[in-house]
Design a binder for this molecule. Sequence first.
Ligand code: SF4
Ligand code: SF4
Length: 110
Amino acid sequence: MAVLSEGIKRLFRRPFTVRYPKHKPKLSPRFRGKLTWDRNKCIFCFQCQMACPNNVIKIDKEKKEYFADLNKCLFCGKCQEVCPVPEKAVRLTQEFEMAKLKKEDIPERF
Ligand code: SF4
Ligand code: SF4
């Protein structure tokens, strides 16, 4: 009887999943998605490049360029954690839709 009543209750309960991509999931504020970098905030200290466990980040201080091979990113958040700038020059956004048809299209130069 308990099983039957539980089954009936579940019939009227809202699902835990969403119909993606029609409906976007509600992400946690701590969700770690696509990396972004702000040239105007960066002090070119190389902390993020050194902390990255997968050699994703390459910085060219002379050209003021930032290259992140997102194919290799683990979304661990270390780069953001070590960035000494209070407003974080590098941070992980809530963006998770990064699929591309070609692998070469994924690496990003800022
Ligand atoms: S999230 Fe982790 S793996 Fe990705 S760039 Fe930052 S430190 Fe590297
Ligand atoms: S840790 Fe922050 S300030 Fe330092 S190079 Fe990386 S993004 Fe720039």
